[in-house]
Design a protein around this ligand. Structure first.
Ligand code: NAP
Length: 326
């Protein structure tokens, strides 16, 4: 079968399309014919050797995917031919991932493709929606009517947060460096959009807010953005630290945290256990269905384009970048 695989950590260009043996599912695992897999920045960190608990090369990454059951797990709830998507676990971290024609996946981490959703949408949704859900609901304690600031709002996690805020009745301030993507974020439901590349981005956000205050921040960027988020949050606000695309390190003004009684909290989608992820996913799907929205698919690449797909992800997509192994 075909798979994206790297033999040495380092450059993302080490990831290549290869012929590899089909995986043999272990106990409790189903063999899934992957039709669409979604890229995440974490896949690049893993190829670069910067991801904890990563499998040793040669290794196939890929943490999001949807397809059909080829071989069911013994005594499991899915049968051959069922359409499924992956909700999490160690697939693509320490066991071979979804950038392949087939993947052996623990059944407990699979969910049925939601009714009416395409396989593309089911591959695009889980990791980013479950991350945004953790930031907004599980850890962030979002209240209806609150205002949420989303940095890196056009990306996978950002667009998922914008969608979920709309479904949860929260207001959204979405930041993006691109005018085109700011327009798309407005169409997606963002109440206020601000140019993240502006020198006076904080002043622009404050001006657009007027008397409105930011209770919760979904912070996807790190670097200088963490302190900006702390400065923009209202006293008693929560800053959920999700990503680090603009820098692994950040300086925080300690006085801000103290005087504003801020809660700054890191979170990982890997903290879900299977039952918790399945329950969160059901609630996410219910809310999005009620609102008539779906995960955003930015683009679909072919299996012979791993470098193009990751280069496009690095440019900043609008939603999710997929690869079609179909
Ligand atoms: N904690 C967790 O469990 C968890 C889970 C998933 C992802 N993450 C992390 O969260 C971060 C975001 O992930 P994602 O999937 O949303 O990424 P993504 O799809 O690549 O999108 C991120 C967006 O951020 C903006 N951006 C990228 N680099 C930037 C920079 N240097 N400065 C300012 N803006 C920048 C871009 O938007 P514009 O071009 O529109 O400005 C881009 O579309 C990543 O670091 C990822 O590893 C963490």
């Amino acid at each position: 079968m075909r798979a994206w695989r790297f033999h040495e950590t380092g450059d993302i260009r080490n990831l290549r399309l290869e012929e590899v043996p089909e995986p043999v599912p272990g106990p409790g695992e189903a063999l899934v014919r992957v039709q669409y897999a979604a890229l995440n920045p974490a896949d690049r960190y893993l190829v670069q050797g910067q991801y904890p608990r990563a499998g040793a090369p040669p290794f196939t990454p890929g943490r999001d995917g949807a397809g059909h059951i080829l071989r069911a797990a013994q005594g499991g709830r899915f049968k051959e031919g069922h359409a499924v998507c992956l909700l999490g676990g160690l697939t693509g971290i320490s066991t071979p991932g979804t950038f392949a024609d087939c993947a052996a996946i623990p059944e407990e981490w699979l969910a049925p493709v939601p009714d009416g959703w395409s396989l593309e949408e089911a591959a695009a949704g889980p990791l980013t929606l479950l991350t945004a859900w953790r930031a907004l609901v599980v850890r962030g304690g979002l209240q209806a009517g609150e205002t949420v600031l989303v940095t890196g709002a056009s990306g996978g996690v950002g667009s998922a947060a914008v969608l979920l805020c709309g479904a949860l009745g929260a207001r959204v301030v979405a930041l993006s460096r691109s005018a085109e993507k700011r327009a798309a974020l407005t169409a997606l439901g963002a109440d206020i959009v601000v140019d993240a590349a502006a020198d006076n981005v904080e002043a622009l956000v404050k001006e657009a807010l007027g008397k409105e205050r930011i209770g919760l921040v979904v912070e996807n960027l790190g670097g200088p953005w963490l302190n900006r988020a702390a400065r923009l949050a209202t006293p008693g606000g929560r800053v959920m630290v999700v990503g680090l695309l603009a820098g692994l390190d950040a300086e925080l003004t300690v006085g801000l945290l103290i005087h504003k009684n801020l809660r700054v909290e890191g979170l990982s989608v890997s903290a879900y256990v299977p039952a918790e992820a399945a329950e969160a996913w059901r609630e996410i799907v219910r809310l999005l269905d009620q609102k008539g929205t779906r995960p955003l698919v930015d683009s679909v690449f072919s299996p012979d384009q791993p470098q193009d797909a990751f280069a496009h992800l690095a440019e900043g997509p609008l939603g999710k970048v997929l690869v079609a192994f179909d």
